[in-house]
Design a protein around this ligand. Structure first.
Ligand SMILES: NC(=O)c1ccc[n+]([C@@H]2O[C@H](COP(=O)([O-])OP(=O)(O)OC[C@H]3O[C@@H](n4cnc5c(N)ncnc54)[C@H](OP(=O)(O)O)[C@@H]3O)[C@@H](O)[C@H]2O)c1
Length: 170
C-alpha cells in the first residue's frame, strides 16, 4: 500500500473489474513514545502508512467502484480529536486524526460521485496492533463492522461510525 509502483500495478491488474465496496483496512502502530521522543523516520512511516497511503488507494481505485457503492477506511476512535483526553499513543492517534481529516477533504472533493463514504472504528481488538490485553476479538468485531457496511450501503455522504453503527465524534 505504501509503494506507489505496486499500487499502480494493482490498479492496472484490476482494469475492467467493478466493485460494490472498496475498504482499506491496513495500518501500523509503532509503540507509545511521547511525541518529543518520536524519531523523524518513525513519524514519517506512520503518517505515510496510516494517512497518506489509504487515501492514495482510494484515489487510485475509486474509479472501479460502482455508482451507489461504498468507499471506506478503517479508522479508530483514537483518531477522534474531541475524545483525546487520555494519555498515550500520540503518534498513532495523530495518524488516524490525519486520516479522518483527509477523508473529509476527499468527501468534499468527491461529494457528488454517489459513493457512500465511511470511516470505521472496530473497537479495541486482540490483534498484533491491539495487543493481547484488548477486550474484543476480531471474530466478533469484524462481522459487526460488516453489518455496519451493509446497513450504510447506498446512504450518501461521509460518516465516522463505530462497530454498532453509532456516530463517533470528530
Ligand atoms: N486492533 C485494534 O484494537 C484496532 C482498534 C481500532 C482500529 N484498528 C484498525 O484496524 C485496522 C486493522 O488493524 P489490526 O488490529 O488488524 O492490525 P494488525 O493485526 O497489525 O494488522 C495490520 C494489517 O495491515 C497490514 N499492513 C501494514 N502495513 C501495510 C502496508 N504498507 N501495505 C499493505 N498492508 C499493510 C498488515 O499486513 P502484514 O501482516 O503483511 O504486515 C496486516 O495485515 C487498522 O487500520 C487499525 O488501525 C485496530
Amino acid at each position: 500500500m505504501t509503494d506507489p509502483g505496486q499500487l499502480a500495478a494493482l490498479r492496472e491488474r484490476l482494469t475492467g473489474r467493478r466493485f460494490g465496496l472498496l475498504f482499506v483496512n491496513a495500518a501500523i502502530d509503532r509503540g507509545d513514545l511521547p511525541i518529543g521522543e518520536v524519531p523523524t523516520r518513525m513519524f514519517t512511516e506512520v503518517m505515510i502508512t496510516n494517512a497518506l497511503s489509504p487515501m492514495r488507494v482510494l484515489e487510485s481505485l475509486r474509479g472501479l467502484v460502482v455508482p451507489g457503492g461504498t468507499v471506506a477506511v478503517m479508522s479508530s476512535e483514537q483518531g477522534s480529536v474531541s475524545r483525546n483526553d487520555e494519555p498515550g499513543y500520540e503518534l498513532y492517534k495523530a495518524g488516524k486524526a490525519a486520516l479522518n481529516q483527509l477523508m473529509r477533504s476527499y468527501a468534499t472533493r468527491h461529494g457528488d460521485d454517489g459513493h457512500t463514504k465511511l470511516l470505521l472504528d472496530p473497537g479495541h481488538n486482540r490483534t498484533r496492533l491491539g495487543g493481547p490485553g484488548a477486550p474484543l476479538v476480531p471474530e466478533e468485531s469484524v462481522p459487526a463492522v460488516v453489518d455496519v457496511l451493509e446497513a450504510q450501503a447506498g446512504v450518501p455522504g461521509l460518516r465516522f461510525l463505530g462497530r454498532h453503527g453509532e456516530t463517533v465524534p470528530w
